[in-house]
Design a protein around this ligand. Structure first.
Ligand code: XMP
Ligand code: MG
Length: 179
């Protein structure tokens, strides 16, 4: 598995330090508001579990799974809800937890869905951001690391469902996905 990695961008310690900083900021921002924290499956599951442990105020969690139609590694922009929330969002302060923003299409769709369900507020935190891939205007309220325009895996992110368990974020060797 490690042989397939071209370069480690951020190791486990660097990521944990950043997650802790994000958690402190979010704790202040949401003081007294009991946010509903939504994990966008599957990629955000590791970030979500590490992040909520660093948040020091009461919160609730829920999960949502979305996918782009089609097989390509590039998103098509058409998003399908695979697993919806169990919790009503009307009147709630929502914190969306995402692994990575690339084109921005998935998140702009999701934010739209939550706003149409009358969420009180929608805040977005992403661990990784690839601004070079943007197809729609979308900025996270809080972000961990800005990444180059390369396909990355680890810390929850996959290629063909593999590599999610790597404790760091790294660039996948192109020959792995060009095979
Ligand atoms: P958009 O383009 O809608 O897509 O912002 C966000 C989703 O696309 C996936 N994605 C990646 N997954 N390595 C991955 O493993 C990457 O470099 C990458 N770039 C985008 C990811 O699922 C994210 O939620
Ligand atoms: Mg994802």
């Amino acid at each position: 598995m490690l042989n397939d990695i071209q370069e480690i961008l951020y190791d486990s310690d660097q990521i944990q330090q950043k997650v802790k900083e994000l958690g402190e900021t979010i704790s202040q921002e949401f003081e007294g508001r009991n946010p509903l924290v939504i994990c966008v499956l599957k990629g955000a599951f590791i970030f979500m579990s590490d992040l909520v442990k660093t948040i020091t105020i009461p919160l609730e969690i829920d999960f949502m799974a979305v996918s782009s139609y089609g097989q390509s590694t590039k998103t098509s922009g058409v998003v399908k809800i695979i697993k919806d929330l169990d919790t009503p969002v009307q009147g709630r302060d929502i914190l969306i937890v995402e692994d990575i923003i690339d084109s921005g299409l998935t998140l702009s769709y999701l934010i739209d869905v939550l706003e149409r369900r009358n969420a009180k507020s929608v805040t977005l935190v992403t661990l990784f951001d690839k601004p070079a891939g943007r197809k729609v205007e979308l900025e996270a309220d809080y972000k961990g690391f800005v990444l180059p325009d390369a396909f990355v895996v680890g810390f929850g992110l996959d290629f063909a469902e593999k590599y999610r368990n790597l404790p760091f974020i790294g660039i996948l060797k192109p020959e792995v996905y060009e095979k």
